[in-house]
Design a protein around this ligand. Structure first.
Ligand code: 1CP
Length: 344
C-alpha cells in the first residue's frame, strides 16, 4: 500500500515538494490549553504518568495546528526514575534527581526488566494516541540518549557544562561506563515497548552531545546511539529512528552512517546550506530554525523559514526548530511558520 504519512515518506528518503512539519516541545507551556491541563493534573510528573491527560496534551498542538507528527508527551528523565533514581521537579527551576556517582549507587538501581512497572502508563499513552490521532499524523516516541540522561543522573539536575558527568568520566571511568551501559540497555527496552504500543518513529535526544570532545564524542554519544538503533532495527525492522546530537557542529558530517539513524536532527549551530551539503547528502534531515523566531516572529521568521526550506529542497527534509519551543513563544508565530512552509 502506498505510504500516505508524509513524515514516513521523508524518513524513507523521499524528497517532497513541501516538507512535513512538527516542532520540538510542541506540547508545552507556550500553549494556554497545555497550562490548563497541567493545572488539572496537579504537577508535571502527574501529567506524564496520567495516560488520558498525557494523550490530551499530545493532541492539543495537532488540533490547533495540524502538525504532520505528534510526539508522545513524556520526559527523558522518566527512565532514570524507572531505574530507581528519585525524581522531582522544583517549580521555576527544573528537575532534581538523586545522584548516581559510585558503584554503591549503581548497585541500588533496579534491573532493566523492572523499568516497565514504572513506565507502563507511558505505553498506555502511546496506545491511546495510536487510536486517536488523525490517520495522516505520525506518532513519534522518544528517549534521551545515554550521555544526556547520564548527565542528569550524575549531577542530579541540569547543568550548563555537564561538569559533574565529565568529572566522573575522568575520575571513575568504570562506574561512568556502567552508567552509560545501564541507560543504553534501559533505553532499548523502553523504546521497544513504545514501538510495541504503537510509536511509528522514535527519536533519541542527545541534547548535551556538544560538550563531549575528541574521542569521547564517538565513545559516549555516537556509539551508544548506534547500539540502541542497531538493537531496535533488529527487533523492529522498518521503524525509522531520528538521532539528535545537539551541538555536534562539523561532527554532524557522517552521522547517518555512524549511528544508523534514518534522519539526523540539526540544531541551529550550523547553517542549513552547510547541513544540506554535508549531512543531507547521506539522508533525511530535520530542524535548524532558531527557536527564538517563535518569540520574535515577523519578517525574519518568514525569511529564515523560506531560506531553510530552500536549502533543504533537493533532498529528504522534515521542517522543525533547532531546539524546543520556549514558554515565552507566541502561538501566532507558530501558525506563521507553518503557513510559510506550506505556501512553498
Ligand atoms: O513545567 C512543565 O510543564 C515542564 C516543562 C517540560 C515539558 C513540557 C519538561 C520538563 N519536559 C517537558 C516535555 C518533554 N521533554 C517532551 C515531550 C513534549 C514535546 O516535545 O512536545 C520531550 C521530548 C522532552 C525532552 C527533554 N526533557 C529533553 C531533551 C530535549 C531538549 O529539549 O533538549 C531534556 C533535556 C529534558 C529534561 C527536562 N525536562 C523538563 C525540563 C525543564 C528539562 C530541562 C532541564 C535542564 O536541563 O535544566
Amino acid at each position: 500500500m502506498a505510504q500516505h504519512k508524509t513524515i514516513l515518506r521523508a524518513l524513507a528518503g523521499e524528497t517532497l515538494p513541501t516538507p512535513p512539519i512538527w516542532m520540538m516541545r510542541q506540547a508545552g507551556r507556550y500553549l494556554p490549553e497545555y497550562k490548563a491541563t497541567r493545572a488539572q493534573a496537579g504537577d508535571f510528573l502527574s501529567l506524564c504518568y496520567n495516560p488520558e491527560l498525557a494523550a490530551e496534551v499530545t493532541l492539543q498542538p495537532i488540533r490547533r495546528y495540524g502538525f504532520d507528527a505528534a510526539i508522545l508527551f513524556a520526559d527523558i528523565l522518566l527512565l532514570p526514575q524507572a531505574l530507581g533514581a528519585d525524581l522531582w521537579f522544583v517549580t521555576g527551576e527544573g528537575p532534581r534527581l538523586s545522584t548516581i556517582t559510585s558503584a554503591d549507587d549503581l548497585a541500588k538501581l533496579k534491573p532493566v526488566d523492572a523499568i516497565h512497572d514504572t513506565l507502563n502508563p507511558v505505553y498506555e499513552t502511546v496506545k491511546i494516541l495510536a487510536q486517536e490521532l488523525p490517520k495522516e499524523t505520525t506518532l513519534i516516541g522518544f528517549a534521551g540518549a545515554p550521555w544526556t540522561v547520564a548527565t542528569y543522573m550524575i549531577a542530579g539536575q541540569g547543568t550548563p557544562d555537564q561538569g559533574p558527568a565529565h568529572a566522573l568520566k575522568a575520575e571513575n571511568r568504570p562506574v561512568f561506563e556502567e552508567i552509560i551501559n545501564r541507560i543504553t540497555e534501559g533505553t532499548i527496552a523502553y523504546l521497544s515497548k513504545q514501538i510495541d504500543a504503537g510509536a511509528e518513529v522514535v527519536k533519541l535526544f542527545d541534547s548535551w552531545a556538544g560538550s563531549l570532545e575528541g574521542d569521547d564524542f564517538t565513545t559516549f554519544s555516537v556509539k551508544p546511539m548506534q547500539q540502541i538503533i542497531a538493537a531496535l532495527k533488529e527487533r523492529h525492522p522498518g521503524i525509522p529512528v531520528i538521532a539528535f546530537p545537539r551541538g555536534a557542529g562539523t561532527r554532524y558530517t557522517g552521522m547517518h552512517a555512524a549511528t544508523g539513524a534514518d534522519c539526523v536532527a540539526i540544531d541551529d549551530g550550523v547553517s542549513a546550506e552547510w547541513a544540506a551539503a554535508h549531512v543531507q547528502i547521506d539522508g533525511c534531515v530535520q530542524g535548524n530554525l532558531k527557536s527564538s523566531h517563535m518569540v520574535t516572529g515577523g519578517d525574519a521568521l518568514v525569511s529564515e523559514t523560506r531560506r531553510i526550506c530552500k536549502a533543504f529542497s533537493n533532498g529528504p527534509h522534515i521542517f522543525n526548530l533547532g531546539h524546543g519551543i520556549t514558554p515565552d513563544a507566541d502561538p501566532a508565530n507558530v501558525q506563521l511558520m507553518i503557513d510559510t512552509v506550506r505556501a512553498g
